[in-house]
Write a protein that binds this ligand. Structure first.
Ligand SMILES: NC(=O)c1ccc[n+]([C@@H]2O[C@H](COP(=O)([O-])OP(=O)(O)OC[C@H]3O[C@@H](n4cnc5c(N)ncnc54)[C@H](OP(=O)(O)O)[C@@H]3O)[C@@H](O)[C@H]2O)c1
Length: 435
């Protein structure tokens, strides 16, 4: 049996995980793929770097062309990350007649239609199970397992770093900065965690899911997003008092007029519901289909071995021929982003959690309630907390309101007015509420 020779672009966390699985489980994988898989050539940036997995022979190179153009490479696995220069390397591999397996959500979210256009022209496939939620087979589930359905909505926890930080804040009552430092010590967060905590990574994954579920071609900048980096422990505590947990949620919804609502933001999720119970660095995706109803997928969304598990399953699918018909019939990223109708964020409606930092004076609640009422927003419940500095008459107090369902545009207009009140001491906090 001729082995399938793999060219890898990148040999970091996930790349070394893939090499480990291919070596450790060679017999099983050969059986499932129908042929043995061998690593032929590997692109890295730094040949001198010490790696926990070593490869036989002189397989490492810093010359990307020697991987994608090598006639002895049958399939390219892209695990270097980033958009540039990666997009060019992937397109060159496809043009050289090699199928590509990638874990790179940023690449798909930003340049998906170019990559898929190149693949179709070259009559090749791109497989990308590992790009969303690491080890959870959500790409297969949405595109194959739920193929009979029109997906109605997706609500998902897609970033393990953020979920770890939020779980630590909730369970141990620690601040965002302390939780982030712990996540970095444990290797859950990068030294520069910006793309995780500001919601960009979650938006990349949501862009991929929106393509699978709704044929919606969007780039990250089309998705309104808010991260967890400005979340105050006070809101975690107040949400807990009200029976909710705060989660960074990626949400996609098919609106009745056929437009697609997309959003990444921290939201209050009712305690005791499946998404509220997702702890630490785990991911979960709730998908609602018109026939199947509610489904939930749960597991490890990152890490060397869970992510490598998804990459190897894609390699097996490509080698045994399952990926080709799926790729052709799915016809993903066939249009550019101009053709996707996105709902305007102002049209969204939700219940809201509001926290105001106000002067402790008579009549303040009335002023706020009047503005909300004028904007057509109805209050469901009110809690007032003093901040603990009760020795000072000027100390501000926290006022927490839960609203009934309101339109986002009305809420934004009300908050602009409320934040201008003389008695409001800090910008208001507003988070959507999931029931
Ligand atoms: N880590 C996870 O848990 C996870 C989960 C899901 C998806 N992913 C995705 O998987 C991909 C790989 O992630 P990773 O965590 O394995 O990354 P990583 O540990 O940073 O590894 C990246 C690898 O690519 C090489 N590389 C990067 N830029 C290069 C360039 N310009 N030229 C040549 N080589 C270059 C690096 O070489 P050197 O080793 O020489 O520096 C390294 O071997 C990314 O797209 C990521 O988003 C990762």
């Amino acid at each position: 049996m001729q082995p399938v020779r793999i060219g890898m672009l990148g040999f970091g966390t996930v790349g070394q995980g893939v090499a480990t699985i291919l070596e450790r489980s060679a017999e099983r994988i050969t059986r499932r793929a129908g042929r043995p898989l061998v690593i032929q050539r590997v692109l890295v940036r730094d040949l001198a770097r010490v790696r926990s997995v070593s490869l036989d022979g002189n397989k490492l190179t810093t010359d990307w062309r020697s991987v994608v153009n090598d006639p002895e490479v049958d399939l390219v696995v892209e695990l270097m990350g980033g958009v540039e220069p990666t997009v060019g390397y992937v397109q060159a591999a496809l043009e050289a007649g090699k199928p590509v397996v990638t874990a790179n959500k940023a690449l798909l979210a930003e340049r998906g239609w170019e990559i898929f256009g190149s693949a179709r022209s070259a009559r090749q496939v791109v497989a990308f199970e590992a790009s969303v939620a690491g080890g959870i087979p959500i790409v297969q589930a949405v595109s194959i397992g739920l193929a009979a359905n029109q997906i109605q909505s997706i609500s998902a926890i897609l970033n393990g770093t953020c979920n770890y930080i939020l779980s630590a804040m909730t369970l141990r009552g620690i601040t965002y900065q302390t939780a982030l430092a712990q996540a970095q010590q444990l290797g859950y967060a990068e030294a520069d965690p910006t793309l995780d905590v500001d919601g960009t990574d979650t938006a990349h994954k949501l862009a991929v899911l929106a393509q699978l579920a709704f044929d919606a071609t969007v780039v990250t900048s089309d998705i309104p997003r808010q991260g967890i980096d400005r979340l105050d422990i006070a809101d975690i505590r107040c949400a807990g008092e009200l029976g909710y947990t705060i989660k960074l949620l990626a949400r996609a919804k098919l609106a009745p007029d056929g437009s697609i609502e997309l959003r990444v933001a921290p939201r209050l999720v009712k305690q005791g519901t499946p998404l509220a119970d997702v702890k630490d660095a785990y991911n979960a995706i709730r998908v609602v289909g018109d026939y199947v109803g509610d489904t939930l997928f749960y597991g490890r969304g990152a890490g060397a071995m869970p992510t490598a598990s998804a990459v190897v399953s894609d390699i097996i699918d490509v080698v045994c021929g399952r990926a080709n018909p799926t790729f052709e019939t799915q016809n993903l990223w066939k249009s550019d982003r101009g053709q996707t109708r996105l709902a305007h964020p102002d049209q969204a409606s939700s219940r809201y959690y509001l926290r105001f930092n106000i002067a402790d004076q008579p009549g303040v609640i009335g002023q706020i309630a009047m503005i909300l009422g004028r904007c057509g927003i109805s209050i469901a419940s009110i809690i007032q907390h003093d901040t603990g500095r009760d020795d000072s008459p000027d100390a501000p107090v926290s006022l927490i309101l839960m609203t009934h369902c309101a339109q986002e545009s009305a809420m934004s207009a009300a908050l602009v007015e409320i934040d201008q009140l003389e008695v409001v001491r800090a910008p208001s906090v507003c988070l959507g509420v999931d029931e």
